[in-house]
Design a protein. Structure first.
Length: 142
């Protein structure tokens, strides 16, 4: 089941956000992850994946404004699903929920979902859901 987050979900949002950072091998400061999780609830919706009453994933969104034309879009702010629940069906359901919200608000959507998996997997998820893949992100940590 996917539902929109409420303020009392904040501890679980923070836990999942930290799990995602840990999985990516990124260091973090507890107070900053708490702050970003709280901000996530105020920027745009945060959708939660709930399995058996437990929150096992999230897609927190934000609003961005393009500097070149001023167009406002929804974008991912934090995104994570626990590994054992990270299926194509779950990811598709999250993307569909994001698209439904975007359609309701008449906003374009820009998603990146930074991961440590093969970029082709992300590209497939996006194209299956009607997105046009328009960029590739590279990270160099020399």
């Amino acid at each position: 089941m996917i539902r929109q987050a409420e303020y009392n979900d904040l501890p679980e949002i923070t836990r999942l956000y930290r799990m995602g950072l840990t999985e990516l091998g990124m260091e973090y400061k507890d107070h900053l992850t708490e702050q970003k999780s709280e901000v996530c609830l105020h920027l745009a919706p945060c959708f939660l994946v709930v399995v058996g009453g437990n929150i096992v994933g999230l897609a927190g969104l934000t609003l961005i404004t393009a500097s070149h034309n001023g167009q406002v879009s929804l974008a991912d702010y934090m995104f994570f699903v626990e590994k054992k629940h990270r299926t194509l069906k779950t990811l598709n359901n999250l993307v569909r929920e994001i698209k439904a919200f975007a359609d309701e608000k008449d906003l374009p959507v820009r998603l990146e979902f930074i991961t440590n998996t093969e970029p082709k997997i992300r590209e497939r998820l996006f194209t299956m859901n009607g997105f046009k893949v328009s960029s590739v992100i590279g990270v160099y940590n020399g």
